[in-house]
Design a binder for this molecule. Sequence first.
Ligand code: NA7
Length: 556
Amino acid sequence: MSALPSTSGKTSAAGSETYDAVVVGAGFAGMYMLHRLRGLDLSVRVYEQGDGVGGTWYWNRYPGARCDVESMQYSYSFSEELQQEWDWSERYAPQPEILKYANHVADRFDLRRDIEFSSRVEQAVFDGSAGCWSVTLAGGKTVTASFVILATGCLSNARVPDIKGLADFKGEVYHTGHWPHHSIDFTGKRVAVIGTGSSAIQSVPVIAEQANHLTVFQRTANFSIPARNAALTAEERESFRSRYPEIRRFAREQTRNGIYQELPDRGALDDGDNERRAKYEERWARGGLTFMGVYNDLALDAAANDTAAGFVRQKIAEIVRDPETAKLLQPNNHPIGTKRICVDTDYFATFNRPNVKLVDIKSSGIEQILPHAVRAAGKDYEVDALVLATGFDAMTGSVAKIDIVGRDGATLNRKWAEGPRTYLGLMSAGFPNLFVITGPGSPSVLSNMIVSIEQHVDWIADCISFMRDHGLSIMEAERDAEDKWVAHVNEIAHATLYPQANSWYMGANIPGKPRIFMPYIGGVGAYRRICNDVVARGYEGFTMTAAERPRKIATL
Ligand code: NA7
């Protein structure tokens, strides 16, 4: 437990609350950021729009919701006691257990006293002369802070598609990313799921077991690998715990995606057909995201990628009995892995159930929602409930909802209108003392998020500590450094197959959003070294100054 003194902010002469830092969001990023900044004795206020901690795991309560990274690795590493004491029950923890873990962390480190729940940040305005931010909450309250840290999450702005007639539907409507907190019972009902991304792939098998009838509307077929979820044994947990220092270090420093695994040393075409097939079979039997780690060129070489894609398509054909449905479920318009690969439990087999139907809407989409039906592919499908598994305005959506005004009245939304521009995914030029955790231009969603969150939080906390120690109060990304970083992020993305898919990585799921590959694809190990080198070279590419009217951190 933390033995730190209360870090409540002080009230200024003008009557507004003043903090060293405001953190937006109390998910895994916001909670750890609070913990680290408190450790520096800074006054911190966290604003969270939900009424509890957990972020993604607070909102995504749909049936079957689980993390696609294994529990023993999808967990904080900053506290040795925490990682030794917390018992994960399954290989992939279900959402309620991850939420319980988030709540445990909040209690264990006494975080709640500095978090204001049900508080949405609407605006943040930088005051150049005072060298601080004014942060305004829904409801009108304004506080000031030296630093603003956006821990707003990458998949937190649920997208309800603009489908004709949706508002006229008379039955129940749910979005997977905004699921109600009470339990939903589909027993005896006719349910429609729109979308076949990860959220649908996890929820479809569970909903199918409950519903009288389930219709799944598919615009794009997706690749999915069996999770092979199972209860974790005490021995398995112990095997991780005893090797945690090595596992965490390897995941952070040596891997691309922040997941401890053996690293491939050859390409798919370096093996003959039989050998390659045996390797894919072994990974398929093992299950999970590491399927893509079998060879080192699956994201780079179309012919290599085809071998893995073909293998998965064949598996789908073997599982799904109706040949027409099997064909529709076989992805054929993007290389495997270029849309986030899914991890499932019995997704494809669910289409063998007599109460489940797949409807292909590739060519004309959902035509209309009627009061009691979905009209698509020239037919009306009568339903009692609609599940929108239609995804998120990813990476930038939650940032864009805040009106962020930097130097000289420039807004972040205007600056990012043609695509997000950051230096290292951490800061954007013209917006001093504003940090983004796992922002666009960092590995972020291409990685085990907790690894990337911890790296960013530590970097930001160390940076603020450095500034305090050196009497500096304003930090800003240099435009030139930012331009070079944006060019680098683009260049390496376009050396891969990723931009070939209409993915949310590319902003392609949101009409009108610029098509830019948003995350940094260089890998968490390489990225960490770049960030560390920037620090070693005196925060190269950032300008750090004392303010015109210096404000000393922690003694405001
Ligand atoms: P995703 O992966 O963005 O999936 C959304 C799905 O919804 C996808 O199949 C979309 O088809 C479909 N979609 C979106 N809009 C429509 C409309 N208007 N009509 C029909 N179908 C539509 O979101 P998820 O929540 O499943 O997963 C997000 C991430 O969370 C996931 O990658 C994991 O990292 C965890 P499309 O592919 O765009 O044709």
